[in-house]
Structures are given as C-alpha cells and as structure tokens.
Ligand binder design. Structure first.
Ligand SMILES: NC(=O)c1ccc[n+]([C@@H]2O[C@H](COP(=O)([O-])OP(=O)(O)OC[C@H]3O[C@@H](n4cnc5c(N)ncnc54)[C@H](OP(=O)(O)O)[C@@H]3O)[C@@H](O)[C@H]2O)c1
Length: 256
C-alpha cells in the first residue's frame, strides 16, 4: 500500500499513543513520533507498516517542544493529522508545586504551543485535522487529581474555541476532542479507584474511528458519555460525600 497521508502523534512511546500509532499505520499513515523515550519509539517504528520519523522531545520545556515539532514537520514535508496525546499525571499527596508545574507544562503549555504550530501549517495548506486527548477527568474537579483534572478541563474549552476560530477562516480544518475514561496504561496503574477499564488497543480503534468521522468530541469508550453526564449533574453534597468515602478508604483518615 502506498502511504499518502501523514500524521504526528505525541506521547507515542507507550499506552494510548503507541496503540494509536499501530492503528493509524495500518490505515496507511506515515507517522511522526514524539516522546522522550527514544528506544521505545524505535521499537515501535520497527513494528509499523508505514515509514516513521522519530523526534525526541521533552514537553516540560514548551519552547523546545515547539522547535522539535517544527523540525519534525520540516522533515516530514506535509502533515494531514496531528494527535496531541502526550500527557502527565503526577499524583502527589502533598500538593507539590514541582509536580504540578510539570503537569501544566506538558498538558497545557506544550499542548497549546504545538496546537498553534499545527494550525499555522493547516491554515497554509487549507486543510488538516487536529486531535487532542483530554480526559473524563476534565468534566468535574476531583480531589484525587485537582491539577490534572483542571488541565483537561482547559483542553475542553481550548479545543472548542480553537475549532470555532480556525473554521471561520478555513472550514476544511477539523478539531476533535477525545475524552477517554480509564484506559489500562502506566498512567492509571497506581489509581486506587477505577472501573470500565479499556485496553489501549480498544481505545485506539475508537479514537481512529472518531478521527475518520471528523467528530468534534468523543468519549472513549462510548459508555463514558453516561458517566460524564452523571459526574456533571450529581449534586455537590453527594459528589463530595463519594470523594470522602474513597479518601477514607485510601488513607484511613476520616475528614468528613
Ligand atoms: N490511561 C487513562 O486512563 C487515561 C484516561 C484519560 C486520559 N488519558 C490521557 O491519555 C494520554 C495518554 O496517556 P496514557 O494513558 O497512554 O499514559 P502513558 O502510557 O503514561 O503515556 C503518556 C505518554 O506521554 C508522554 N509524555 C509524558 N510526559 C512527557 C514529557 N515531559 N515530554 C514528552 N512526552 C511526555 C510519554 O512519553 P515519554 O515518557 O517517553 O516521554 C508517553 O508516551 C494522556 O494525555 C492522558 O492524560 C489517559
């Protein structure tokens, strides 16, 4: 099969990004792969059906990440699809600013830096597709991951605004907000409370389908749309009570 389409995936070294790389490669995409762990990207490349470019990058430095993204785009020539998937979730019991700052850099600052770069290219080309991986965690603030959840809520609003802005200028540009529930990756291995856990492969197949259909937003797996509705509209007293019960179970401390 000749590969005509080109896509960049950030955070392709593991989990959802890695699984999506395999699905998109099977769909005929040549891929640009970004992450810090180059040996994992190289191992992934050897499994792909289509050619792939590797660009090591640390998104804790958004200016450097932007340079790296530009360099990758220059190497690839054209880009039809950019999937901003890289994300960090540093769980800290003590509200550590050092951890939270890293999360803000990776999940928000680098995301915006690369999304703007992608849009610059798409506007010039007159077409393109940006997909951002947010999370069910953005639906409502959670005491388990206050900053992580807030970074994902930022993406909900940002991706809506970005879509409106670029489509007014160029209707051929698509923006998809993917909101996964729990997916069995390194990120949630230590989570005390999880349910409806999907495999990265299943998540990747559903994300690829949403990209093909150019959906505005999608919950992965699909039943998480029900959980999102439930989380959003649960009264505060009940939502807070549930958190305290889980907190007590996890820590043995009753602060209710
Ligand atoms: N798993 C879930 O239940 C779940 C649910 C909702 C949303 N999500 C979102 O899905 C996305 C993928 O996460 P995952 O579940 O697949 O977890 P994962 O296996 O831990 O993957 C995270 C990816 O992000 C990259 N990354 C992290 N920090 C980075 C940094 N400083 N610079 C560059 N790349 C960095 C990692 O690459 P390197 O470490 O090699 O740099 C890795 O490839 C994230 O945005 C996450 O928030 C996950």
């Amino acid at each position: 099969m000749t590969s005509t389409k080109k896509a960049i995936i950030t955070g392709a070294s593991s989990g959802i990004g890695r699984a999506l790389a395999v699905v998109l490669s099977n769909d005929g995409y040549a891929l640009g792969l970004m992450a810090r762990r180059v040996h994992l990207l190289e191992a992934l490349r050897s499994e792909l059906r289509q050619p792939a470019w590797i660009m090591p990058s640390d998104f804790e430095n958004p200016d450097q990440a932007r340079q790296d993204f530009r360099q990758l785009c220059a190497q690839m020539g054209t880009v039809d699809l950019v999937v901003l998937n890289a994300g960090a979730n540093h769980r800290s019991a003590d509200l550590s600013w050092e951890h939270d700052q890293k999360m803000l850099q990776v999940n928000v600052a680098s995301f915006v830096a690369l999304a703007h770069e992608a849009m610059r290219i798409f506007l010039k080309q007159g077409a393109g597709h940006l997909t951002g991986i947010s999370s069910i965690a953005g639906v409502r603030g959670s005491g388990h991951v206050p900053v992580y959840g807030a970074t994902k809520a930022f993406l909900f609003s940002y991706l809506d605004g970005l879509r409106q802005r670029v489509q007014a200028e160029c209707p051929q540009i698509s923006v998809t907000d993917v909101r996964p529930g729990f997916v069995d990756t390194q990120m949630i291995r230590a989570a005390a409370f999880k349910f409806w856990v999907a495999s990265p492969q299943k998540a990747a197949v559903q994300i690829a389908a949403a990209i093909r259909k150019k959906k505005k937003r999608v919950y992965v797996t699909r039943r998480w749309v029900v959980a999102a509705f439930f989380f959003r509209y649960l009264p505060d007293w009940l939502y807070d009570r549930c958190y305290r019960i889980i907190f007590k179970k996890k820590t043995g401390v009753d602060r209710a």
